[in-house]
Design a protein around this ligand. Structure first.
Ligand code: GAL
Length: 395
């Protein structure tokens, strides 16, 4: 009964007030404490959370996230634990630590614990298909979380941010803030194993490509991308070629090394005042630090995504130009609302569909917010995602 009431509560649009109870401190502090906890973990796929056993026994909702090494996913973990824990649902969060094999083991572990719903953010979009097919075969409802699992029928629902808009916002920021013409443009992308990396790039390319064509920007670090200017709509393979030259693999170190190699190869005209498309916050910080250390870079503007605490500080300090805020409270709450609807045998609310190469997956999509120095307060502090004391130099 409690569960049915909670489901009603969530679907009646009262999610926001429920979430107010797990606001800024949860997002910020939980991330920190989990980072410490992560250091203490020895097994890579060790449990990070297991709620007390319910009267039915076992685990009802299993959650599998990509890695503890990016603060982004620790924020998601904190939200899941808060919401599902408060709701009285047994749940367990496992991390794949960058390995599809670990991810599959995690899914199998959760199946053996009797989960009814699996919420999974895949490490690798296609490799995860085998894991969720096993879950489906065991009667589990599968919700693809943030990243879409591709080339399988075994995905019931998808919860996501508007990833195309993320890329558009990043590209548009560079367009609005670049000065003059012939501005060297450095392009960096996410992991080619992540469907989102393609969508972010598509969004950015949709606005940047015309501005390369008209001479505002000159692509400095990707002959492939430069070669596709004026070529019209890009195929997935075309995009794959560009990602091949610009990928960070979502890894700080790869991002740093690629930026260093790009700057070593750059001519004098490709330095000076530059624009940098960085796909997310972790890679943006690594790339920004590398550009800042180059004496021939006079100034740079650089994008980001996720509003990780460290990047919000970079934005306040003028070291990163913008970040895209993806409110993990909303995404986790939408996913939990879906899970509860499934557990209660109710209709699941979706707003759109995403084709995963095999089927149109019913999806719920969430909006994004662009954050610059000017709106850190209103977007991130007033909304209680962070507290002002998490930062220094905030006006
Ligand atoms: C994407 C996700 C981003 C970012 C990135 C690296 O799929 O949407 O928010 O965190 O992965 O983990």
């Amino acid at each position: 009964m409690k569960k049915r009431l909670l489901s009603l509560f969530l679907t009646m649009g009262l999610t926001a007030s429920l979430l107010a109870g797990c606001g800024s401190n949860d997002a910020g502090n939980a991330g920190d404490s989990n980072t410490d906890a992560a250091k203490e973990e020895t097994a890579e796929n060790a449990d990070s959370s297991e709620a007390e056993s319910s009267d039915e026994g076992g685990i009802q909702v299993g959650i599998v996230l990509p890695t503890k090494d990016e603060p982004r996913w620790l924020q998601d973990q904190a939200q899941f634990e808060a919401i599902l824990g408060d709701a009285g649902f047994t749940n367990q969060v496992l991390f794949s630590q960058g390995s599809s094999a670990t991810e599959k083991t995690n899914v199998e572990t959760l199946i053996s614990k009797g989960i009814k719903v699996l919420i999974i953010c895949p490490q690798d979009a296609t490799a995860a298909a085998a894991a969720v097919e096993e879950a489906k075969a065991a009667g589990v409802t599968v919700i693809s979380y943030d990243r879409l699992i591709t080339d399988t029928e075994a995905v019931d629902y998808y919860t996501t941010f508007d990833s195309f808009s993320v890329g558009v916002a990043q590209g548009q920021y560079l367009i609005d803030n670049a000065k003059g013409t012939g501005v060297p443009l450095y392009i960096y992308t996410g992991a080619a194993t992540d469907n989102n990396a393609f969508i972010f790039f598509e969004g950015a390319w949709s606005v940047l490509e015309p501005k390369v064509k008209d001479g505002t920007f000159v692509i400095a670090n990707s002959e492939k991308a430069a070669g596709f200017v004026g070529a019209g709509e890009l195929s997935r393979d075309d995009e794959g070629e560009i990602l091949g030259q610009t990928t960070t693999n979502w890894d700080f170190d790869t991002a740093k090394k690629l930026a260093e190699a790009n700057l070593t190869a750059a001519s004098a005209e490709q330095k000076g005042d530059v624009a940098i498309l960085a796909p997310n916050d972790g890679t943006a910080r690594a790339i920004a630090d590398t550009f800042a250390a180059d004496a021939d870079i006079k100034s740079y503007i650089i994008t980001g995504q996720d509003s990780e605490q460290a990047s919000v500080q970079y934005v306040i300090d003028g070291k990163q130009s913008m970040t895209v805020f993806k409110d993990t409270r909303t995404l986790a709450a939408d996913s939990v609302a879906m899970a509860l609807a499934v557990l209660n045998g109710e209709e699941v609310e979706t707003t759109t569909t995403y084709n995963n190469g095999k089927i149109d997956v019913p999806a719920k999509q969430t909006d994004i917010v662009v954050v610059t120095k000017d709106n850190v307060q209103s977007a991130l502090i007033d909304s209680e995602y962070y507290s002002a004391s998490d930062f220094t130099g905030l006006e």
